[in-house]
Design a protein around this ligand. Sequence first.
Ligand code: AMP
Length: 294
Amino acid sequence: MEIINLRQRMISVAREIRREGNRTIGFVPTMGALHAGHLSLVHGARAKCDVVVVSVFVNPAQFGPREDFAAYPRDLTRDSALLAECNVDYVFAPAVEEIYPKNFSTYVTVEGLSEGLEGASRPGHFRGVTTVVALLLNIIRPDFAFFGQKDAQQAIVIKQMVRDLAFDSGVFVLPTARAESGLALSSRNDYLDEKERRAATVLYRSLSGAAAEYDKGERKVARLIEGVKSRVDAEPLARLDYVSINDAETLEQLDRIEDRPALISLAVFIGKTRLIDNIVLGKTEKQDAAGAIA
Ligand code: AMP
């Protein structure tokens, strides 16, 4: 496994692999502080592709001024050891100036899809995400890129960007990896103390509650939302940022869940830590098992 820090080296390594013509490149973008959720994407890439590239880059452009960019956990030594165990071929771990040199001035924005949910709570967040993912896709030019359903809106926004700007990469979205408690794995769980970690299970508990009501036949969005709110309210360490039910593909706001899959997503502060989670209600399984779109 080679750790690459320079953009130019990453470009030439990927170009050389493409030139050989017989090996596919799978790419997994991450911000490091790796956990089993990231590694499930790496395994997905390993299973599908001949060469696996994982980026580890804490992207300043996707953090708001009052967010946790400085505090975000960083441990490239640990991350590299985990990636080596997964038979990753290349780790791309550039410094900030490698990605954003001094005169950097071009940003990618996906209109509409970026504006609600996380985009509304975190202005500028998706502009940072789409800009860095566009750059990484251009540097690596992978055959396939792998993202997690944990960040459902991010996956939808990226699929739109890939379609709109004709990136020559297929996008796979893989399921959310969870702890036994149901808590979605997240690098930000590192911020939680033991009590908070228990309280944080309220995200999945409240989503599962909505799924149970849906299974019993409830289709009114207001009712399902009310249930989630009351479950979050019952947890003293939790403060709801938002909960929303949207069409799982278009993110259109819904009043009733009809015959299309609906995404129920929420963001909750547990103490000072902001966590997100989501589930899809009424999934049709029309996606193939791995969720490919291209
Ligand atoms: P991050 O390092 O948080 O930027 O995440 C990198 C990638 O891993 C993104 O595509 C995330 O959606 C994905 N990811 C993060 N947590 C999980 C999880 N618990 N299960 C599956 N994928 C995840």
